[in-house]
Design a protein around this ligand. Structure first.
Ligand code: SF4
Length: 394
């Protein structure tokens, strides 16, 4: 398949909401290496790669970008570049910066583009951050997860709360004006006080952005196995709902804008790259297991780094084309998770059905409000978002 680049991108109305910040096109770069595998993680992650393997992989990333540019370019300037993983901060910063420079050479960035790097607190160094800044990185997303030592231990994380503070200090010293912290709530052994303490400690670092995700247990992980064999209790829905409520109170009280069900930001500091996904925008994913969405086609690369690096031009492992009805339903599910909610006229045009009758039932149940032609979740609706999505889904 060779998609005509740019066809199929949907324009969104200028309503002055978070989705307006979504770039039309973003680039994702997957760094699949980690120093160890966390017991809850089901990402495409590999442990124990040699320096030679990592070097070959970084070279392959640049070769894949160069192949795309030669075969399908020129590309529009990307509004976001996201280095995720895995642990991008564990690879040689000079080599990573070199790969980023080659990628940017063929996939140019728009002026003011967001360039994010995911960081594991224990692998952040001043030299590494300086190299990333020199390569154009302007946003650091730090995987803090918790500020409680017992909770970090239960999650299998080897960093300490002090490592997170040190990483954020180092990011500021390196000139990162945008720092995001990732937190996980509802993990084993975390009581309400520990979660509130984590939120408070996170706020003390004054991040521009926070992501708070409920721990989910995936079957093929160590925690999934522990739950399946009865060695660990599954996360409790009520407990997780009350922790989401605590996050709503604490973060909104501190002046953060809640813009997606799991994400808060200082106004204007929303994650541009994630907004590409949440608005069904176009993105090119480079690397092992990376997903792309171009011209209505979703496709993904083979997962094993070694196989990927052997020939990144032949990396594609599969693809799917969402039919218009499935795409419209996906749009609805994503818009429900965005706090700006669903424009009912746009929903009708996209879905070919009217949501107003179902919306009225949900409004009476206190789960949504409808005002100005827009449906948004109430606080109760945020806690029961799955039920709202099921009710409105086609
Ligand atoms: S550091 Fe992140 S990507 Fe790596 S194993 Fe842990 S959770 Fe997964």
């Amino acid at each position: 398949m060779s998609p005509p680049f740019g066809a199929g991108f949907a324009a969104y109305p200028a309503t002055g909401v978070a989705s307006d910040l979504a770039p039309a096109f973003g680039v994702y770069v997957h760094i699949p290496f980690c120093p160890y595998k966390c017991p809850y993680c089901d990402f495409n992650v590999h442990v124990g790669a040699s320096a030679a393997e990592v070097g070959a992989y970084l070279d392959a990333l640049a070769r894949e970008a160069e192949w795309w540019a030669a075969r399908h370019g020129p590309f529009p300037a990307a509004g976001s570049l996201y280095l995720g993983g895995g642990t991008p901060t564990m690879v040689d910063p000079g080599l990573l910066a070199g790969a980023v420079a080659r990628i940017r050479g063929v996939l140019p960035l728009a002026p003011g583009a967001e360039v994010s790097v995911e960081a594991n607190p224990e692998t952040v160094t001043a030299g590494g951050l300086a190299a990333l800044r020199a390569a154009g990185a302007n946003r650091l997303s730090v995987g803090a997860q918790s500020f409680s030592r017992p909770v970090l231990a239960a999650l299998g994380r080897r960093h300490s709360p002090e490592d997170v503070r040190r990483a954020v200090r180092a990011a500021r010293e390196a000139g990162f004006a945008d720092v995001s912290l990732d937190l996980i709530y509802g993990g084993p052994g975390e009581d309400a006080a520990a979660w509130r303490e984590s939120l408070g400690e996170a706020l003390a670092l004054a991040p521009e952005h926070l992501s708070c995700y409920a721990l989910t247990i995936e079957r093929p992980t160590a925690l999934g196995h522990a739950v399946a064999t009865g060695r660990m209790a599954a996360p409790d829905d009520e407990d997780q709902a009350s922790k989401l409520e605590a996050a709503l109170d604490v973060l909104q009280g501190a002046g953060y804008r809640h813009y997606e069900i799991s994400n808060w930001a200082r106004p204007g500091r929303e994650s541009r790259h994630n907004l590409v996904y949440w608005t069904q925008g176009e993105y090119l994913g480079l690397g092992a297991g990376a997903h792309s969405h171009i011209a209505g086609v979703r496709f993904w690369n083979r997962k094993l780094p070694r196989a990927y690096a052997a020939d990144p031009r032949a990396a594609r492992a599969g693809e799917e084309r969402l039919d218009p009805a499935a795409r419209a339903e996906e749009w609805l599910q994503l818009r429900l998770r965005l706090i700006e909610g669903v424009d009912l006229a746009e929903a009708r045009a996209r879905l070919g059905r009217d949501l107003r009758a179902d919306a009225e039932v949900l409004r009476e149940a206190g789960l949504v409000r409808v005002a100005g032609g827009r449906l948004t979740l109430t606080r109760r609706g945020l806690l029961l978002e799955n039920e709202v999505a099921l009710r409105l889904g086609g």
